[in-house]
Design a protein around this ligand. Structure first.
Ligand code: FES
Length: 135
């Protein structure tokens, strides 16, 4: 069974911009964030590969000052927005955990496969009325 979770609208994100989310399902809990870069959205688990801290210290703030990278506020590691790979800092070469994103008609959604117990790509069309609101 696929559980669908609406994160928000593409138009509500700055370009580049980021937003955090928290999802609790019957089988999983997830703290993550999305980053918009032009018309593409990337999602990652909010956990730094260095020491396991959350990356942000203030709400929705995941980008470096120049907004070109994702930045961990604990020790300053920088990650590529499109791959999640650390390109500068103490965990060089390690990567953030990617979450598949579904972008359809301006809506950003995630899909959780409760049978396989993992976040998945899906070709399903997400209607706003089917998805759960952002928490
Ligand atoms: S916990 Fe992120 S750089 Fe140390």
């Amino acid at each position: 069974m696929i559980e669908k979770h609406l994160i928000g609208r593409l138009d509500d994100l700055a370009d580049p911009g980021s937003r955090e989310f928290a999802i609790q399902t019957a089988h999983s809990s997830l703290r993550g964030f999305v980053v918009r870069k032009r018309d593409t959205v990337f999602a990652y688990v909010n956990r730094c590969p260095h020491a396991g801290h959350i990356l942000n210290r203030s709400p929705d703030s995941f980008l470096s000052v120049d907004r070109e990278k994702i930045m961990c506020r604990s020790h300053g590691a920088l990650f590529a927005i499109d791959t999640g790979v650390c390109v500068e800092g103490i965990c060089l070469g390690e990567r953030l955990q990617r979450i598949p994103v579904h972008l359809h008609e301006g809506l950003i959604s995630l899909a959780y496969d409760a049978v396989q117990a993992r976040w998945v790509e899906t070709q399903d069309r997400f209607a706003a009325s089917e998805a759960q609101p952002r928490k």
